[in-house]
Design a protein around this ligand. Structure first.
Ligand SMILES: NC(=O)c1ccc[n+]([C@@H]2O[C@H](COP(=O)([O-])OP(=O)(O)OC[C@H]3O[C@@H](n4cnc5c(N)ncnc54)[C@H](O)[C@@H]3O)[C@@H](O)[C@H]2O)c1
Length: 435
């Protein structure tokens, strides 16, 4: 099984895409840019790109990058396809009609992308590798597209913020695959909320309740490292748990629409019947945004249960369902058009346009804040403790500040992987047993 059924992109229907094409990109102003239908400054360029992590998403994101380049009138040359596994790297080259000499494998294969002449690098490995890979790409002068989540623990998240700042200083673009920020329905509602359509947001709900995407049973000839990487979606050390893997999108919308990051998390969760790994089956958390604004944040991966994915916000003068129906005051908003009705393509359009216009887009801060919101929620549910935003960001005395899950990305690279326990976290136990 694979996770192609993960409804991250498919949750937004084609009909809705087409309907929304007519609407605004004003909310993209949140990232300091405004979209326009104009072509890139130059057209007919050949954009060199590399991919690190050639799984379902890596190749799909490459396709989105190619489509974005096509829309803007440019060509794409794939210069490196990097994966841990030789067969994946070679098959990706075959699928993408790329010369096999451009495929690389191994835990250090990302270094081939960094050393290549790629201008852009797409990173879509499991998220525990992201901080190390992104840092290498920024130091090598690459423009980055990094998939969400961007880290699995506070140490990794702070490393991402530091590398994101370095990217800014070096004039490099770096964007995170939180694609709701490039969807016309969400952009329109964000613009309306900012214009006062529902009044100040007072509270709401975000959710990703679905089924278990996939599991991989261990094979006798697999090392611990191979098993962990092949079954990464079920191990917190690699995925951050599904609260980070999936609910991150909805928490990102909450951060974006409310306009600030949470202050504290008080969460619950448990593991009842997952068959592999050590993640929880469900989470429920009070996310306190301060000033009396609370969001109920929940996610579940249990087959056969009610499924819903989305966001709801109640304002003083109206209400809003994520990128859908908004009821409130009539407000005027600017409605420039997006180049693509598909948010996953539009994000690459913005990446390429920004680079070619000399105004590189950098959304690492927003993507990391969404990641940290999901990590704060997980730490609270795993430990049973109240977790403050500052515990993960500035309070060096907090036990959660230095939390780094193990094995780390470098353990995989240096062959020092020690198999983590498959026993789930027990709230009330000392935090360091698992968070
Ligand atoms: N934004 C979206 O719509 C969206 C959708 C799906 C997945 N994602 C994200 O993309 C990432 C990958 O998800 P996926 O579904 O493609 O998983 P996947 O398992 O299909 O692919 C991951 C690939 O990375 C490779 N890999 C693992 N560790 C590596 C390393 N250290 N170096 C190089 N390659 C490595 C694996 O062999 C595999 O081919 C995750 O972070 C996920 O959350 C985002």
């Amino acid at each position: 099984m694979n996770n192609e059924t993960t409804p991250e992109v498919t949750s937004i229907s084609r009909r809705k895409f087409l309907r929304d094409t007519a609407y605004t990109a004003a909310g993209i102003g949140a990232f300091g840019i405004l979209s326009s239908k104009a072509q890139s400054p130059q057209s007919g360029k050949t954009l060199k790109v590399a991919v690190v992590g050639c799984g379902q998403r890596g190749l799909a994101a490459l396709g989105d990058f190619q489509e974005a380049a096509r829309i803007l009138g440019h060509n794409v040359e794939v210069v490196a396809l990097c994966d841990v596994f030789e067969d994946r790297a070679k098959q990706s080259a075959e699928k993408s009609r790329v010369d096999p000499s451009r495929s690389h494998w191994g835990f250090d294969s990302y270094k081939k992308a960094a050393a290549s002449d790629a201008e852009f690098v797409i990173m879509a490995t499991p998220p525990n590798f992201r901080p190390v890979h992104f840092d290498a790409m920024v130091k090598a002068g690459k423009h980055s597209f990094v998939e969400k989540p961007v880290a699995v623990d506070p140490v990794g998240a702070r490393a991402m913020l530091a590398s994101g700042e370095l990217a800014k200083q070096k004039g490099l673009a770096a964007i995170v695959g939180t694609q709701r920020r490039y969807d016309a329905g969400y952009l329109r509602n964000k613009a309306k909320i900012d214009a006062g359509a529902i009044g100040p947001i007072l509270g709401g709900t975000v959710s990703w309740n679905h089924r278990v995407p996939w599991i991989k049973e261990r094979q006798a000839n697999w090392s611990d490292a191979e098993y962990l990487v092949r079954n990464w979606l079920n191990f917190t050390e690699l995925s951050g748990d599904h609260v980070a893997e999936q609910l991150i999108h909805n928490l990102d919308v909450a951060n974006w629409f409310i306009g600030r990051t949470p202050q504290a998390f008080l969460g619950y969760g448990s593991r009842i019947r997952r068959v592999t790994g050590n993640q929880f089956d469900f989470f429920s958390c009070d996310v306190d945004y301060g000033d009396g604004v609370h969001i109920h944040s929940m996610c579940r991966q249990i087959n056969g249960t009610y499924m819903n994915i989305g966001e709801f916000f109640r304002g003083a003068e109206g209400q809003c369902n994520g990128g859908g129906k908004l009821t409130g005051k009539e407000v005027a908003i600017e409605e420039p058009k997006l180049e693509s009705p598909i948010s996953g393509v539009q994000e690459h359009v913005e990446l390429i346009k920004g680079v070619l216009a000399g105004k590189p887009l950098n959304t690492i801060k927003e993507g990391t804040e969404a990641t940290l919101a999901s990590i704060g929620m997980r730490i609270s549910a795993y430990t049973g403790q109240l977790v403050r935003w500052t515990d993960m960001t500035v309070n060096t005395k907090s036990p959660f500040y230095a939390l780094q899950l193990s094995p780390t990305a470098l353990d995989f690279e240096h062959d020092t992987v020690v198999m983590p326990s498959e026993a789930p976290a027990l709230p009330g136990e000392p935090w360091h047993k698992k968070a």
